[in-house]
Ligand binder design. Structure first.
Ligand SMILES: *Cc1c(COP(=O)(O)O)cnc(C)c1O
Length: 375
């Protein structure tokens, strides 16, 4: 058995990306050039959308969607407490109010049956997340948004290239946002992309990312904007990565299925829920301890793995229990019990495109040993 440390995640960079970056560095065009355009078109096509707007992070992309859709003070947005903090921060940037909806413990996404209870006359939008890449319930959210005339933003930062009933991630609602941090399926170092079919929204996002410039030239600003631009260096990495995306996603499905095989009969844990696993875009591989264990048991398992050189993480801490969110929104433990029960017990195991079968087997053995020690 291997004894090398196994990281939680690792970017998959090849000579294709290295040559692409070197090529850009031989030109004078380092921002807002042909590589950005190519990456935008390729990403939009992947999501079945008309427009892509490249930005410097997924968080920036989410912020631009909230801003371009005109959400602000007094507007309530239904969203999940079980996600990365950016999902909520993008609303707070514009003083919109996140209204958390507890999760369905079988998919870890917002429970579609709880949306109606959270609805008020101030509800303007739904901000969905495909948590861990799982698109479960997306059609239900879409139907709910149509029925109640709500805007719909898809935080698909964890789901690039995934499908649900023949629909692609990024194709639900008014706009979607992908992210390209190094732990994502596809990376540009830092980066993000807004995808939409709405030409006005795309034009507004383009202006907002570029200091609020309009058609009037470089030093004319028609709105309060930001510098959220993506460099040509990042964009060309994205183009190279997207050219390999099918192979990347296939490989990640393979790693997930190795884990499934190695862990299927471990009764102390639940394996990751995933709708259509053979078409999914796997972001992370997150197992969950059975309900008879608690957060101290989870910590013991995490400590056991990390002390043996196995990278793992407690994805995610509930957003409503983050210290500053509790201060701002007055949320408290017990508010979203399904989210808290799941979140106390989840462990993200090492998972990356280039992970080998023997590494998966090693993690599985160490995990079993750590679980056995709980007794
Ligand atoms: C990664 C991620 C983001 C965006 O992250 P950035 O680091 O800003 O690119 C947003 N939402 C979710 C759910 C994510 O996983």
């Amino acid at each position: 058995m291997t004894t090398e440390p196994i990281p939680l995640s690792r970017p998959d960079i090849t000579d294709a990306e290295r040559h692409a970056v070197a090529g850009v560095l031989r030109t004078d065009r380092l921002s807002m050039g042909p590589h950005l355009e190519a990456f935008e078109q390729a990403t939009a096509a992947l999501a079945g959308r008309a427009f892509g707007v490249g930005v410097n992070s997924g968080t920036s992309g989410l912020h631009l969607c909230v801003k371009a859709l005109g959400l602000g003070p007094g507007d309530e947005v239904l969203t999940t407490p079980f996600s990365f903090i950016a999902t909520t921060n993008c609303l707070l940037y514009e003083q919109a109010t996140p209204v958390f909806v507890d999760i369905d413990p079988d998919s870890y996404n917002m429970d579609p049956d709880r949306l109606a209870d959270a609805l008020t006359e101030r509800t303007r939008a739904i901000l969905l997340v495909e948590i861990f890449g799982n698109p479960a319930h997306f059609e239900r959210y879409e139907q709910f948004a149509r029925k109640h005339n709500l805007l719909l933003i898809e935080d698909c930062c964890e789901a690039l290239g995934g499908h649900l009933n023949g629909r692609r991630t990024g194709s639900f609602g008014d706009c979607g946002v992908f992210a390209f941090y190094p732990n994502k399926q596809l990376t540009t170092g830092e980066g993000g992309m807004v995808v939409t079919d709405n030409a006005d929204l795309a034009a507004c996002a383009r202006s907002l990312r570029n200091q609020g410039r309009g058609d009037g030239g470089w030093l004319t600003h028609v709105r309060l904007g930001y510098n959220y631009r993506m460099s040509e260096l990042a964009a060309t990495i994205g183009v190279a990565q997207i050219g390999r995306l099918d192979a990347i996603l296939r490989r990640r499905r393979q790693v997930a299925s190795w884990y499934h095989d190695a862990l299927a009969d471990v009764e102390e844990i639940h394996l990751p829920p995933m709708t259509e696993p053979d078409k999914a875009s796997w972001f992370v591989y997150v197992v969950r301890l059975a309900d008879r264990f608690d957060h101290r048991d989870r910590q013991a398992v995490v400590d056991g793995l990390t002390s043996g050189g196995i990278g793992c993480e407690r994805y995610f801490q509930p957003i409503h229990l983050q210290p500053f969110i509790r201060e701002i929104l007055g949320t408290a433990p017990g508010d979203f019990p399904h989210c808290e029960r799941v979140s106390d017990r989840t462990i993200a195991l090492p998972f990356f495109t280039t992970m080998r079968h023997d590494q998966v087997r090693c993690v599985a053995e160490r995990l079993k040993a750590a679980l056995a020690a709980l007794a």
